[in-house]
Design a binder for this molecule. Structure first.
Ligand SMILES: [Zn+2]
Length: 421
C-alpha cells in the first residue's frame, strides 16, 4: 500500500468513526485521554481508551466501531442549546460560583443551535479549539472561562481574541462552569478528595442559596378594620405581593422586598401611624447548602504516613511527580489525619485553615512558607492537574443527563503546560 493509499485509508476510517459516532452511536461516546486508565465505571456509556492502546485502537478497532455504530438503533439526534443549558444549570446553578467568577454561557451562536457534540476541556487553548472544531463540536464546555476580563475588541492580535473569533466563525458555543463545579457536591473538589482514601469530607466554606428574587427583607404589620396599608407602586419588582392572614387582633400582613423596596415602604409608612406601630422588619438569611462550597476538609478514617498520602495523590491524578514542602518538624513518616484541599490555586481558600496537609495545584512561595511554619505540609501538583481528571467523571454524568442525545467528548489535547523535565 502506498503512502497515499494508506493516508486515504486512515482518513476514511477516521471519517467513518466520527460520522458514525456523531450520527449513530447514541449514548456511546469515545474518549481518549492520557490520564484515563479505567473503563469499568463508564461501561456502556463512554469507552475510555488508555494511551497504550491508542494505535491498536485506531488500526484494528475502527471497522468494528463503525459496524457497531451501524447496528445501534439509538440515534444521537442532538438537542437544542437552550435545553442543554437548562440541564447544565439544573445540574450546577451558576449561583454556586464565586462572586468574582465569570461562568455560564460565554459564546452563543445565533439560534436555533442544535448541539450534537459537546466537547469538554479544562483549558480552551488554540490547539484545543482546533481539536474541538475537527471533532465537529457544537458546544465547548471549558472549565476555565476563556473570557474572564472584559474584551474591548476581537482581533487576531492575541490568542484569547482569536479563540473567540474562531469559535463564533465555526458556530461553536462556549460554556464555562469553573467555581460552580468546584463548589458542587460531587464536583471537582470532591473528586480530588476521593483519591485520599476513606475520609469524611466537608466544605471549608459552605455555599448558600440565593434569596428569591433578590428580596432581602421580610416586613410584617397588622391591619385593622379602620386601617389598611397602601403599599407604594412597585415598578421594578422590588416588593412581593402581600400575604394576608385574618387573626383575632386584625389582619396579619407579610411582604418581602429588596433594600430599595424597603426604603419605598418606609416612606409610605410615614402617613400611616397606626400601622407603623405594628411594623416589624427582619433581614433574610441565605440558607446554607450542605455538602457544597469552597474547598474541602478531609478527615482520614485511618491516618497514614505522609509518604503514603503522597503516593495516593500521585496515583489518583496519574502523576509521576508532585512537589512537597514538609511542615516544620515533620517528615515523610509523620502521620496525616487531616487534609485541606482546593483544586487549582488554593492559597486564599486554604490560608489559616488548620490541617496536617494542604493539597492544591499551586501556591505562592510566601504562602508555602507560612503554612510550613505552622507545621502544615503542602503538596502541589500544578494548577490544572488537580482539575482535569474530573472531566471524565463529568463526561459520564452529562451523557446520562443529556439522555444520550448528545455525544460528550473529552479533549485529548488539553494538558497542563508545566512538566517536570
Ligand atoms: Zn483552575
Amino acid at each position: 500500500m502506498s503512502c497515499v493509499q494508506r493516508a486515504l485509508g486512515i482518513r476514511l476510517l477516521f471519517r467513518c468513526f466520527w460520522e458514525e459516532s456523531k450520527l449513530s452511536l447514541g449514548n456511546c461516546n469515545f474518549t481518549s485521554n492520557a490520564s484515563a486508565t479505567s473503563d469499568t465505571e463508564l461501561a456502556g456509556r463512554n469507552f475510555v481508551i488508555p494511551p497504550s492502546l491508542h494505535s491498536r485502537f485506531w488500526q484494528r478497532t475502527s471497522s468494528s466501531v463503525c459496524q457497531m455504530a451501524r447496528s445501534n438503533s439509538t440515534l444521537s439526534k442532538g438537542m437544542d442549546l437552550k435545553e442543554v443549558l437548562r440541564i447544565l444549570y439544573r445540574f450546577a446553578p451558576c449561583s454556586l460560583a464565586e462572586d468574582w467568577d465569570n461562568v455560564g454561557l460565554l459564546v452563543e451562536p445565533t439560534p436555533p443551535h442544535q448541539v450534537t457534540t459537546m466537547f469538554l476541556t479544562n483549558d480552551l487553548t488554540e490547539e484545543v479549539l482546533t481539536e474541538a472544531i475537527d471533532k465537529r463540536s457544537d458546544l465547548i464546555l471549558a472549565y476555565h472561562p476563556p473570557i474572564f476580563v472584559p474584551l474591548k475588541r476581537l482581533t487576531m492580535a492575541n490568542a484569547k481574541e482569536r479563540i473567540i473569533v474562531r469559535a463564533i466563525e465555526n458556530r461553536v458555543g462556549i460554556y464555562s462552569p469553573h467555581t460552580c463545579y468546584d463548589a458542587l457536591e460531587g464536583g471537582v473538589n470532591d473528586w480530588l478528595a476521593e483519591g485520599l482514601g476513606t475520609c469524611s469530607v466537608e466544605p471549608l466554606t459552605t455555599s448558600r442559596k440565593p434569596l428569591a428574587n433578590g428580596w432581602t427583607h421580610k416586613i410584617e404589620y397588622l391591619e385593622t378594620d379602620s386601617s389598611a396599608m397602601s403599599l407604594p407602586p412597585d415598578w421594578s419588582g422590588s416588593i412581593s405581593p402581600v400575604t394576608k392572614i385574618q387573626t383575632t387582633t386584625g389582619i396579619q400582613c407579610v411582604v418581602t422586598c429588596s433594600e430599595q423596596g424597603l426604603v419605598s415602604i418606609m416612606k409610605s409608612m410615614e402617613d400611616q401611624p397606626d400601622i407603623k406601630k405594628t411594623f416589624q422588619v427582619t433581614k433574610l438569611e441565605k440558607l446554607p447548602i450542605p455538602g457544597t462550597g469552597t474547598g474541602r476538609m478531609c478527615k482520614l478514617q485511618n491516618p497514614v504516613p505522609m509518604a503514603t498520602l503522597v503516593q495516593r495523590v500521585k496515583e489518583h491524578l496519574g502523576l509521576q511527580h508532585v512537589q512537597l514542602a514538609l511542615g516544620s518538624q515533620k517528615s515523610q513518616d509523620s502521620e496525616v489525619k487531616t487534609v485541606a484541599i482546593c483544586a487549582g490555586s488554593g492559597a486564599s481558600a486554604l490560608r489559616r485553615v488548620p490541617a496536617d496537609v494542604y493539597l492544591t495545584g499551586e501556591m505562592s512561595h510566601h504562602d508555602i512558607l507560612a503554612a510550613v511554619a505552622r507545621g502544615t505540609s503542602v503538596i502541589l501538583c500544578n494548577h490544572s492537574n488537580t482539575e482535569r481528571g474530573y472531566l471524565h467523571v463529568l463526561g459520564a454524568k452529562l451523557t446520562d443527563l443529556l439522555k444520550g442525545a448528545v455525544n460528550v467528548v473529552v479533549s485529548s489535547v488539553d494538558a497542563d503546560p508545566l512538566n517536570v523535565v
